[in-house]
Design a protein around this ligand. Sequence first.
Ligand SMILES: C[S@@+](CC[C@H](N)C(=O)[O-])C[C@H]1O[C@@H](n2cnc3c(N)ncnc32)[C@H](O)[C@@H]1O
Length: 394
Amino acid sequence: MDTSPNSYSRKMHNSYEDEEERMHFLRIVSAFKYYRPHSLQRVKKTETYFMSLPGHHQKLLSKYREQLQEIKRCIENNDHIIKLIIKDVTHIFENVSPTTAQTESTPNPRPVMADQEKVQATIKQLVRDWSEEGAQERLSCYQPIIDEILQQFPPDFCVPSEVQVLVPGAGLGRLAYEIARRGYTCQGNEFSLFMLFASHFVLNKCRGTNTYQVHPWVHQYMNNLKPEHQTHAVLFPDVNPSDLPENAQFSMAAGDFLEVYTEDNHWDCVATCFFIDCANNVVQFIETIYKILKPGGVWINLGPLLYHFSDIPMEDSIEPSYEAVREVIMGLGFRMEREDTHVKTRYAQNTNSMLQYEYNSVYFVCRKPKANSSSDLSNHINGSESNGSQEQEN
Ligand SMILES: C[S@@+](CC[C@H](N)C(=O)[O-])C[C@H]1O[C@@H](n2cnc3c(N)ncnc32)[C@H](O)[C@@H]1O
């Protein structure tokens, strides 16, 4: 597994999967390329209807007409950033040759509408992870995890670079970056090419602070109090991504968490933020986390249970409540050390919007026991809950 700073490693697959992956790669590149026409088409539809309105209605809405022009300008600006994001993507994977991932000569695969939402979500994620405006969200979502790591592995009492931290579902990589910035050896893992392309751009291409801007809410046509709330520009990155200690051990590994991490007893800490509900089968995620943690290692989790595959056509999904998930955690042998079920958190939220989403997220810290006691063993066999929890409300 690669651990050099800011590098992207990927597991090799057999040739059938390679061809499938190549097509997937091209599809995501196409989705980014299709952003501009798709987004402008949406404005055009409104403009066409606007022009069909009675003249006096159009006159009354003259400012709104100007707003539509402004929206088109913002889309062009976003497209400028998108072009930078996909500029060198053929080179981002260390073990995939650019020729096998050639994007120019191959006809673009048919655009998939759902992918456009993912492009838009990626732009919003830039705000959460890499802007000053995302600071409040990061404080409630990432800071408790960072503080816990500092408490579990105090830099004055250990060698932080010898502490191996894994962040599965790392998104645009800010949490993993912050952990590495504090001296720990940290690897972010992510399987979405939307996220991987964008994090590669931020982590490896952006230098200096606030050098770029996006209009993350330009596709939010509803619940705007003022027109400028829709077209608002957000600067990024709020920190210089290359500002890491000289010997920082920071990497991003591409691939499915369940496929990439097969080595038992490897990690001192697994930190998951808004991740465990991304599984078809959440038990598989928890079981994998248990296996890959060293005995005595800790799992720190924060997030809701917005099961991503729930009600998605052709996708399998189970949606156990937190109480049931907790039984799985204890049943596998974890010891609960800290738990808080009402952590107010937001996710890529437009704070100006008239619609606000807030989660009562679950935060917990649990430990894989150093040595399996006989009761732990019987739990594995019977699947029953351990009584060894030392529950503590934050
Ligand atoms: C809701 S986002 C959270 C991102 C980030 N942790 C945050 O808090 O902003 C979940 C992320 O996990 C990624 N993900 C989902 N399932 C995954 C898997 N099996 N392996 C790797 N990454 C996965 C998704 O692509 C997505 O970027």
